[in-house]
Design a protein around this ligand. Structure first.
Ligand code: NAG
Length: 310
């Protein structure tokens, strides 16, 4: 919230990218894991200290928050944040890093998902964040912190790793299903979905609780940007989430959203979503505990975007 003027900046040509199967390359040559680890560490330090200059931006690099281009020194990195938890993963093929940042005990709580594309030498050419705080979709940093830090996103042994394509396919099946509820989604067991403060894994931690009911109308989610790390079976997808934000016109391509997936054996095991809203609760959630359709928060079949009160 607090970024109400920003939506018009969302690129409409992004629609053309809907359904593109392969991620675009940041650095054709790729880069080392060490380079990307250093980059993510620098980013977390920069945010902790409120010193954006610690991020090694290349000349002419793009920096944006919630799909709005801005000066990195004027955004959320302008001030220090007490970071309670962060989790990063690395795409050496594309030379890109993804970091999940949770600041729950800061006076201004945030959940920030950040992706950085870099040159082989580790200069950031594109950096974009989905910056969520109070008023964004089901926002609750305290709950988000509790659930994310309890999950295992650790290294997967070499003989059990999925290919990049398999990881991407499992994750994309989830959002492709929003456009066609008949499309199958490979969810593993157990599987839990975290959206803001809502976690589908609480009722039965051993269950496959990731399946989502259909939206009231099919949604085409475009402008997808990927970070894929085979070593931990993880993929981040930034995209435009149509429909969910009632503050936007019906034909709008969508509000900025980030989904991250942990995939094991070609199946989704954890899904995290962070989605920003132009209007409190995207004009749908009716307050704490109100949520997503029939099941409510934690409901295994609750479809985000289904108004809690009809
Ligand atoms: C914290 O997470 C654990 C494990 O996921 C869960 O059982 C518990 O209910 C959560 N607590 C709160 C307050 O949400």
């Amino acid at each position: 919230m607090g970024r109400e003027n920003s939506r018009s900046a969302i690129s409409f040509c992004s629609i053309a990218l809907a359904g593109v199967a392969l991620a675009a390359s940041a650095s054709a040559a790729g880069c080392t894991r060490e380079t990307l680890t250093k980059l993510a560490d620098s980013y977390v330090k920069a945010q902790t200290e409120g010193k954006s200059s610690l991020v090694p931006l290349a000349r002419g690099a793009y920096y944006g928050e919630n799909d709005v281009a801005m000066d990195i020194a004027k955004g959320v990195l302008a001030g220090p944040l007490k970071i309670d938890f962060s989790r990063s993963f690395y795409d050496t093929t594309q030379c890109a890093a993804f970091t999940e940042v949770v600041a729950a005990t800061d006076p201004h709580p945030y959940v920030i998902h950040t992706r950085m594309e870099a040159s082989e030498g580790g200069q950031v050419t594109r950096m974009e964040s989905v910056v969520a705080d109070q008023g964004d979709w089901l926002f609750g940093a305290t709950e988000y912190l509790n659930f994310t830090k309890a999950e295992n996103w650790g290294e997967i042994s070499k003989d059990k790793r999925d290919t990049r394509a398999a990881i991407q396919a499992a994750a994309e099946a989830y959002i492709n299903n929003w456009g066609d509820p008949a499309l199958p989604v490979p969810h593993g067991t157990p599987c839990a979905r975290l959206e803001g403060r809502a976690y589908t894994g609480t009722r039965d931690p051993a269950a496959q609780a990731c399946t989502m009911g259909a939206f009231p109308r099919p949604l085409a989610t475009g402008h997808r940007r990927f970070v894929i790390d085979e070593t931990v079976g993880a993929v981040s997808i930034f995209h435009d989430f149509p429909f969910i934000d009632a503050g936007l016109p019906a034909d709008h391509p969508g509000t900025p959203a980030s989904q991250m997936f942990r995939v094991e054996g070609g199946k989704n095991r954890y899904i995290h979503e962070s989605t920003v809203c132009t209007t409190p609760g995207c004009g749908r959630a009716a307050g704490p505990g109100a949520g997503k359709g029939k099941g409510g928060p934690g409901g295994a079949n609750g479809a985000p975007g289904t108004p809690a009160k009809q």
